[in-house]
Design a protein around this ligand. Structure first.
Ligand code: NAD
Length: 421
């Protein structure tokens, strides 16, 4: 099929590269010219395992542009993958999505052939039908469901393993407005072997939010259990293994630590809380899930202070700035509140991450950054904040190590403590 992707961030670019691998022709649109140029040179503007390899291998199938007209003319299906970031009140900002929708609609006005618009960005239930559809109709002067198609196809990929998740998903959810959109997406995904869940537009939107809120709940739950375990010296990971064997529970997402971050869970949980307030349906569980997550990283600093009560003037090493391993994404990384708290207490920070230093510098330009993990070891104590593989084999040379991510061993640490074990 001839596909276009609007917004070449983590979701758009992975979607584009994977569809190219599956044999489709792709044209990607972004407002960021630098990203566009990089993609056209087969270079990935973000770090995601395997992505650059796909972009350069399928360079002849993927082009990028800032020109909507060109992209819409050369495609029959357009995926909307622009960001939907959090606003101050927790609700999501859909202005990028609205802007992109208007641009698409203006071009659809003069397009002679049927075109399918698929919302892939995460949006609150009701958005596709109540906001995107009217905008498309208003700016194109055409009728949704007959002149053009509309669908909502949420993305469940995990950064770090995004390509594998896209190509081998647990399920594909297709919310559809009209029958032709449904059959077009069925055809597009026909070679995938996972279940295809076909729903209303709003149910598709809700499946995405409910899934992320549930996964965040699982992590906050095991962290709360972990905080109890810590008092008795119980290893929460043993507890998680025992619990996880129950098929009703499952082991994934029971890794206790300093909590969840990233571009999705915090934003999606906040959006659900804000939306529930707006529609006056209290979400007690989801609010508590967020509260546990806000407190959890600060526990690492409290444990550190058992060993070094006065942090003023001390040098504290931070291993890991990305919100999780195998990504350079620092959005809502748990390292952020930890660094903030350490600075508030007057500590000097030496930080290292294999991929995320440049991104972290935009938030904290003046802390000391190290070019290798071993440079952090001259600190008075070390906090492990991201589970990068290279930290598991590091020789800690007699240092105090407080671990927020349960690396398998902290070799030769003088003192080793975990946040929940
Ligand atoms: P991102 O911020 O990495 O990328 C968004 C891209 O859209 C940027 O490159 C930006 O320049 C571009 N853009 C903004 N306005 C535009 C416009 N008018 N026209 C063209 N391009 C425009 O975002 P992301 O992480 O890829 O997330 C995109 C959506 O997918 C969000 O709704 C997010 O919640 C959802 N999602 C993200 C993930 C994830 O792991 N990152 C997973 C599932 C779903």
């Amino acid at each position: 099929m001839r596909l276009s992707i609007i917004g070449t961030g983590y979701v758009g670019l992975v979607t584009g590269a994977c569809f190219a691998k599956l044999g489709h022709r792709l044209i990607c649109v972004d407002i960021d010219l630098e990203k566009v140029q990089k993609i056209n040179n087969g270079i990935s503007p973000i770090y995601e395992q395997g992505l650059e390899n796909l972009l350069s291998t399928y360079k002849d199938k993927i082009t990028a542009t800032t020109d909507y007209q060109d992209a819409l003319e050369k495609s029959d299906v357009t995926f909307l993958c622009v960001g939907t970031p959090s606003m101050k009140n927790g609700s999501i900002d859909i202005s990028y999505l609205k802007e992109a929708t208007k641009q698409i609609a203006t071009i659809l006005k003069n397009k002679k052939t049927w075109h399918l618009i698929v919302v892939k960005s995460t949006v609150l239930p009701g958005t596709t039908q109540q906001i995107i559809l009217p905008l498309l109709e208003q700016y194109s002067g055409k009728k949704g469901g007959t002149d053009f198609g509309l669908a909502m196809n949420p993305e469940f990929l995990k950064e770090g393993v995004a390509i594998q998740d896209f190509l081998q998903p647990d399920r594909i959810v297709i919310g559809y407005y009209d029958e032709r959109s449904r059959t077009t997406l069925r055809e597009l995904y026909k070679n995938f072997t996972c279940p295809l869940v076909e729903t209303s537009l709003s149910a598709a939107e809700m499946i995405k939010y409910a899934s992320n809120a549930f996964l965040a709940t699982k992590i906050s739950f095991i962290n709360e259990i972990g905080n109890l375990c810590k008092h008795l010296g119980i290893d929460t990971y043993e507890v998680a293994s025992g619990m996880g064997l129950d098929s009703r529970i499952g082991r994934p997402f029971l890794d206790s630590g300093i909590g969840w971050g990233g571009s999705c869970f915090p934003k999606d949980v906040d959006a659900l809380i804000a939306w529930s307030k707006e529609i006056k349906e209290p979400t007690r569980i989801i609010k508590s899930v967020k509260e546990v997550n806000t407190d959890q990283p600060l526990r690492l600093v409290k444990i550190l202070q058992k060993h070094i009560p006065r942090l003023k003037g001390k040098t504290i090493g931070i291993l890991g700035l990305a919100f999780k391993p195998d990504t350079d994404d620092i959005r809502d990384s748990r390292a952020i509140p930890i660094v903030k708290e350490l600075l508030r207490k007057g500590a000097h920070i030496k930080a290292y991450d294999p991929q995320a230093i440049d991104n972290f510098k935009t938030l904290y330009p003046t802390i000391e950054y190290c070019t290798k993990a071993t440079d952090v070891l001259s600190s008075d104590a070390i906090l492990i904040t991201t589970k990068w593989k290279e930290f598991t084999t590091l020789d800690f040379q007699g240092k105090i190590v407080i671990d927020g991510r349960k690396i398998t061993q902290a070799k030769n640490a003088k003192i080793y403590e975990g946040v929940c074990w």
